[in-house]
Write a protein that binds this ligand. Structure first.
Ligand code: FAD
Ligand code: SF4
Ligand code: SF4
Length: 771
């Protein structure tokens, strides 16, 4: 029993790390064309991560276009079978229905409340933006900057003009797929359909406190018409912009208590912060920080207040209470449909470990069985068969949704790649004495093919990322960034060390003297040091280098890099470096899984440890010629650094973790050069010399896209909401600019906000996921 509990606790710890990237923003798992884990069930709009109306509309339109192109998508003999049923009449669902109508499909749109319910629930007169400006709206639904009343009026007109097949006040309660047909249950009946589009958004699921008395009629989870309340005692719960805006508006004609669990209001627009402070100063709002509601009674709510030194409870009289603490993904509803969520860690860690080990054991029997006399008679084919069983098992369970199996397979691949690359005769178990030879094709060593593989991955996935972030979004910054990354890889980390250096020596391009000097000519590997500075290229000053490398190494590390950092922060990581390059290209599709939250930032201390270790070993190695007594310690230090940093931390572990924690685990947690640049950029910022920063205007709608896509786990949205400057004094930003690119409201920029930046037209209410 005790072992089981320990195993479970270990698994929980591992899962909490692996899941940290998605814990603040859970979404259903999606494949190409927005298809969910259930074939022919598509998810569009807010629920699929479209942060604004224009993107939601585009997804609705595109999914119908995709479905319409599938064989047998339109029509059929069965009159009761719909081609497609669309659930939810928001921007995404309505545009999908309009397109299905255009395509002559047999469709039905079901809406549990009213048409465009989310937008109808915005406060009176709220201005709805039609961002991003650069993209025209897709499909037949109208969209332009307008008040919510004008927008919904136009949508109703379009629905009438097109005679859309919609049923309102009919929510879908269940959906099951039997024999290739979906059977939908609603509050009013049952339907059958070939395909289903889920466009239910996330807003219909306001977060609740789940405390006693919360189901009373005078406790609301939305605020529709704040001005209808007069001379009342109002309790508002929450600390985000929605709650504060509600409190400020209600305080004009009422007495308001604002209860918030945090110790300060840290996620507010500047304007909201100012209004709140004014209302507090005038005695219109009474803030109660560090407080949670434990019960809503008949007349009073009970607030538990806890600060460092004490905990107390107090009663707050209220006529109406507004709990405005964000909205949750309708997880239960989605799970009841049988949908899989993104980054869901289901499956067996034990089974995945056993299958991975079986794969290695099989290969050991295949290649390394001579190690043990007892096993030398085992035929090689049996080993291969066992390895196949192990790997096939990982694929089998992985395809069934067991992410531990994919983790095992990923480890198997990258351990093999690096464990063999370590060198002939030095290969890791089970490849010792045979792996390097086996993988050294066409008279070229495995280390060469490894560089080819690396460059190929960066090129193929780099071009995909260039299309995704640069060409598709017409973003010149991202186009140049990916061109830069791919070019640096090709020129300085492939062509120069593998070919050009040798040609330069052979044809004496470097001059006869250098070309005939063995300390230069025989060490092509040192050409990695042209771009890789110490301590990333740890060996630049070791093993009897030619003077030219020492001078260049010092210049690069202590002059060129700091000047670059002064102007561009840590952009070396996202524009130049091959390690960062693989993360930005091959790792790009998993960037949203980067660990997030305060704990994940605390883990960044590991970078400092590696930097200190690299520094100590470097000093020992440089001093050992003078102080012979430390030779053994220096050699041991270098061996440990090589095994830990150069093999496990840069090679095996981070790439294994790409599909699970995004691409930046090495750069963020272990790279000593990244830490060195972080320290420099931090000092430059503190001294006000740095030219690197990201600023925000006042248009943030709290959609979380910037935070979600930051590979180094920075909560960019938090800075954007408060319009705070983001730099290297308050974050480990590497200047990739993805947050700027991905923001649908054009909120963020690398330049300073211009004086003339357009202010919000009306009240800004935000979507923040947590108060
Ligand atoms: C406060 C706030 C301000 C915003 N400001 C802007 C802005 O200025 N500009 C902008 O572009 N975007 C803005 N947004 C974002 C915008 O509202 C969303 O991007 C958009 O509404 C998403 O559309 P959707 O169709 O995916 O989902 P929704 O509009 O949420 O529509 C989902 C629909 O599904 C229905 N539904 C849910 N469950 C069921 C069920 N079981 N059965 C049947 N029907 C169901 C719901 O009732 C709802 O009508 C804002 C959002 C908020 C919350
Ligand atoms: S904050 Fe923005 S620019 Fe900086 S690393 Fe994150 S996504 Fe890139
Ligand atoms: S700054 Fe971030 S949270 Fe705000 S609108 Fe842009 S992407 Fe969304």
């Amino acid at each position: 029993m005790a072992e089981k509990r320990i195993a479970q606790a270990v698994k929980q710890q591992i899962v909490s790390v692996l899941h940290s990237g998605s814990s603040q923003n859970e979404r259903p798992y999606l494949r190409k064309h927005n298809e969910s884990s259930i074939a022919d069930l598509f998810i569009v709009g807010d629920l699929a991560g479209a942060p604004v109306i224009k993107y939601a509309m585009a997804q609705g339109y595109e999914v119908i276009e995709h479905i319409a192109g599938l064989p047998g998508a339109i029509g059929g003999a069965d009159p009761d079978l719909f081609d497609v049923m669309i659930i939810g009449a928001g921007a995404a669902g309505l545009n999908a229905a309009l397109q299905a109508n255009e395509r002559g499909m047999r469709y039905l749109l079901l809406e549990k409340e009213q048409i465009a319910n989310t937008i109808e629930n915005f406060p009176e007169g709220k201005w709805v933006y039609a961002e991003p400006d650069s993209q025209p709206p897709k499909g037949k639904l109208w969209l332009d900057g307008a008040s919510k009343e004008e927008l919904t009026r136009r949508w109703h007109q379009i629905i009438r003009d097109n005679q859309l097949n919609i049923r309102t006040m009919e929510g879908v309660t269940g959906c099951e797929k039997k024999d290739g047909v979906f059977h939908l249950r609603t509050t009013k009946g049952q339907y059958r359909s070939k395909r289903v589009i889920l466009a239910t958004g996330q807003r219909g699921n306001p977060r609740k406190l789940n405390v006693k008395g919360e189901d009373q009629q005078r406790i609301y989870h939305r605020l529709y018409s704040p001005r209808k309340y007069k001379n009342k005692n109002i309790l508002v719960v929450g600390g985000g912009n929605s709650a504060v805006e509600a409190a400020v508006t209600l305080s004009e004609q009422n007495h308001v208590i604002l209860s918030y669990r945090g110790s300060e209001f840290s996620r507010l627009f500047k304007d909201n912060e100012r209004k709140l402070n004014e209302a507090i100063a005038r005695g219109k709002i009474e803030p109660v920080l560090n407080s949670t509601i434990s019960e809503f009674g008949a007349q009073d709510a009970v607030l538990k207040i806890s600060s460092h030194s004490r905990a107390e409870s107090r009663k707050a009289r209220y006529d109406h209470a507004f709990v405005l603490i964000g909205a949750d993904v309708p997880r239960e509803f989605l799970k009841s449909l049988g949908l899989r969520m993104e980054n869901e860690w289901e499956g067996s860690l034990l089974r995945a470990s056993a299958l991975t080990l079986l794969g290695f054991l099989g290969l050991w029997l295949f290649g390394g069985r001579a190690d043990l006399a007892l096993l030398s008679s085992v035929p090689g084919w049996l080993g291969l068969a066992l390895a196949f069983v192990g790997l096939a098992g990982l694929v089998h369970f992985g395809r069934k949704g067991d992410r531990f199996s994919w983790l095992g397979l990923s480890f198997f691949i990258w351990y093999t790649v690096y464990g063999v690359k370590v060198g002939k005769g030095e290969e890791f178990w089970p490849y010792r004495d045979w792996g390097y030879k086996l993988l050294s094709f066409f008279d070229r060593p495995w280390s060469f093919w490894y560089t080819v593989l690396y460059t190929a991955l960066m090129t193929v996935f780099g071009l995909q990322a260039l299309k995704r972030w640069g060409l598709d979004r017409k973003d010149k910054f991202q186009i140049w960034r990916y061109v830069s990354l791919i070019s640096f890889q090709w020129i300085f980390f492939f062509l120069v060390p593998e070919f050009l250096f040798q040609y330069a020596v052979k044809y004496q391009w470097v001059g006869a003297s250098l070309a005939s000097d063995p300390t230069f000519a025989d060490q092509a590997w040192r050409s990695y040091g042209i771009i890789y500075a110490w301590p990333l290229f740890f060996y630049t000053f070791f093993y009897n280098p030619h003077q030219i490398w020492v001078v260049w190494g010092v210049l690069l590390t202590f002059v060129i890099i700091p000047i670059f950092v002064l102007f561009h922060g840590k952009r070396y990581c996202s524009w130049v470096c091959g390690c960062g390059g693989l993360a930005e290209t091959f790792g790009d599709r998993w960037r949203h899984l980067a660990p997030k939250g305060k704990a994940s930032i605390r883990w960044e201390w590991m970078n400092s440890a590696v930097l200190i270790f690299a520094g100590v070993v470097t000093v020992l190695v440089l001093a050992k010629d003078t102080y012979l007594a430390i030779t053994g310690t220096a050699d041991l230090g270098i061996r440990i650094y090589r095994l830990s940093a150069d093999l496990w931390l840069v090679g095996i572990l981070p790439v294994t973790l790409y599909p699970f924690l995004g691409g930046k685990i090495w750069c963020r947690y272990w790279c000593p050069l990244a830490k060195l640049m972080q320290l420099q950029s931090h000092w430059f910022t503190k001294l006000r010399w740095s030219r690197f920063k990201i600023v925000a205007n006042d248009k943030c709608i709290g959609c979380y896209e910037c935070s979600r896509n930051c590979q180094v786990g920075i909560d960019v949205m938090n800075f954007a909401l408060k319009q705070d400057t983001l730099d290297n004094a308050n974050s480990s930003c590497i200047g990739c600019g993805i947050c700027v690119t991905v923001c649908p409201m054009d909120t963020l920029s690398f330049e300073s906000v211009s004086e003339s930046a357009a202010p919000s037209k009306l009240v800004n209410i935000t979507l923040e996921p947590a108060s």
